[in-house]
Design a protein. Structure first.
Length: 173
């Protein structure tokens, strides 16, 4: 077997040989505009300030309990289950196209920051999955910043509390 000798300084080449990933924001400063994509739960209230574009994922199928128990949309297994559904793939394509159109308009108008909100009921499974997959999408000329507002919050919600309040009020009348 032949081997080649590489000078230690040439082993990895210069930093100029490494392409810069401009798709995701990093510690590298650049002048690219930013698209913020945030997942959240509808039940926990709207994003403040309101995003430029909002997508509702509540019509998508919710993963069955055995798939979503102990997992969120951050889980590759849950995302694979969700994206195996044709309806999810179709909706994802529509969302991606709408975002790209909005980014093209923003660039033409000289805007440097766009916010996108993606919600489902609790902000743990469907919206998080969609946002994670959007983060992998290449939006040429834009830094992508992802946030998941509600992914780690406990299930207890305003809806549950208001339902308990209604039951208490019904009993006292």
């Amino acid at each position: 077997m032949a081997s080649t000798s590489v000078h230690p300084d040439e082993e990895y080449g210069s930093n100029d040989d490494i392409p810069v990933n401009t798709n995701h924001a990093s510690s590298v400063q650049n002048d690219l505009p930013i698209v913020h994509i945030t997942s959240y739960g509808y039940r926990r209230g709207p994003l403040q300030p309101a995003p430029d574009v909002i997508f509702d994922m509540r019509a998508l199928p919710n993963p069955p309990k055995n798939v979503r128990t102990g997992q969120t949309g951050l889980s590759k297994q849950l995302r694979e289950w969700l994206f195996s559904d044709d309806m999810v793939q179709k909706r994802f394509g529509e969302v991606r196209t709408t975002i790209q159109t909005r980014l093209d308009e923003a660039k033409a108008d000289g805007e440097h920051e766009i916010t996108i909100g993606v919600h489902c009921e609790l902000g743990k499974h469907r919206s998080v999955s969609i946002v994670e997959e959007l983060a992998k999408t290449r939006f040429e000329g834009w830094n992508v910043v992802v946030d998941h507002r509600d992914v780690h919050l406990k299930r207890s919600s305003q809806k549950d509390r208001s339902r308990r309040g209604q039951m208490e009020n019904d009993g006292s009348e």
